[in-house]
Design a protein around this ligand. Structure first.
Ligand code: ADP
Ligand code: MG
Length: 323
């Protein structure tokens, strides 16, 4: 079974940032209001995610790291799990099979916490421990038992860059959560929860970008588009500032990225880029999330319609005079 988990890990756990993504998503799913991510050496040595979410009971702990054990109900699939569906109940088992993992957790009802150590997929007995409500999962020495993959890790700076990107995506998708990222003893981001999405955008991309953003809002009864795009006349961003969130999850989508570029066509000065932070909400039946193993990419039942909604919403906004 450990070999199976290691193979599964190969599909989805490419590098430390993949671990970070899975752990952060679990904390969000657990209803956390505060999530702290700590990394060392670009996550190759240590990754720890601590949250104040619902916690895992001592009896459930071994199940949480067993393949296909998920506590998440199937009826919230399409909306809630647009980011994780299809890989459900495998992330922790896969990560545990290729690392040294320590989980400490306490539920609200639990009078004390419980801890579980797993080394290369081998579980130690669950032991009691003192800990606050919530869950803390620490990963050490990722890929220690799969030397080929360990060897393919890049420099700590490169791996850290990918982690920061995963953190950015999740923090942008969840402004209601206080999120902290530390690299060793240095705090890189400490983002209090906020009602104003633009605050969080500013925390990552600076005031010059956030000041040039104009709000978007359109709704055709099924497709709702909100968020921000840079005023084409003053766009200051770079070509990486294009973030798309579908039903609350970050996705990558070539077609919608193209729509963003099209909306800016003819409006940008040379050397300036389209910048957009778009939130698209659609009914779950209009999307198939079972395409990409990490669920970064989706397939729309009517991609053309969403494409035109995005293009029209932006274009209309850019051409209106009250910008
Ligand atoms: P999935 O998220 O698809 O259910 P995972 O392997 O990521 O699968 O997690 C397995 C299970 O472990 C989850 O269903 C959940 O019950 C539990 N779990 C994992 N992380 C947390 C967390 N931070 N807080 C509470 N429960 C968690
Ligand atoms: Mg998960």
């Amino acid at each position: 079974p450990n070999l199976v988990n290691q193979i599964a890990a190969g599909e989805v756990i490419e590098r430390p940032a993949s671990v970070v993504k899975e752990l952060l998503e679990n904390s969000v799913d657990a209803g956390a209001r505060r999530i702290e991510l700590l990394i060392e050496k670009g996550g190759t040595e240590r990754i720890r995610v601590s949250d104040d979410g619902c916690g895992i009971s001592a009896e459930q702990l071994p199940l949480a790291v067993t393949s296909h054990a998920t506590s998440k109900l199937p009826d919230d699939d399409s909306l809630f799990h647009v980011g994780t569906l299809g890989f459900r109940g495998e992330a922790l088992a896969s990560i545990a099979s290729v690392s040294q993992m320590l989980i400490r957790s306490r539920t609200e009802a639990g009078s004390e916490g419980a801890e579980l150590r797993i080394r290369g997929g081998v579980l130690e007995p669950v032991a009691p421990c003192g800990c606050p409500q919530g869950t803390s999962i620490e990963i050490r020495n990722l890929f220690f038992n799969t030397p080929v993959r360990r060897k393919f890790l890049r420099t700590p700076q490169t791996e850290r860059g990918h982690i920061v990107e995963a953190f950015t995506r999740l923090a942008l998708a969840n402004p209601q959560i206080h999120m902290v990222l530390s690299n060793g003893d240095k705090t890189l981001y400490d983002l209090p929860q906020t009602e104003r999405w633009v605050d969080r955008i500013e925390a990552f991309f600076g005031g010059e970008v956030s000041d040039s953003l104009i709000p978007l809002d359109s709704d055709d009864g099924q497709i709702r588009i909100s968020g921000y795009a840079c005023d084409p006349a003053v766009s200051r961003g770079n070509n990486r500032m294009q973030y798309l969130f579908l039903n609350g999850r970050f996705i990558r989508d070539r077609s919608l990225q193209h729509a963003l570029g099209e909306a800016y066509r003819g409006l940008l000065m040379v050397g300036r880029f389209p910048v957009g932070f778009l939130r698209v909400s659609i009914p779950p039946e209009m999307v198939d999330v079972n395409v990409h193993p990490c669920k970064l990419e989706v397939r729309f039942t009517d991609g053309g319609r969403i494409y035109s909604r995005v293009l029209q919403t932006l274009r209309h906004r850019f051409l209106s005079t009250d910008m």
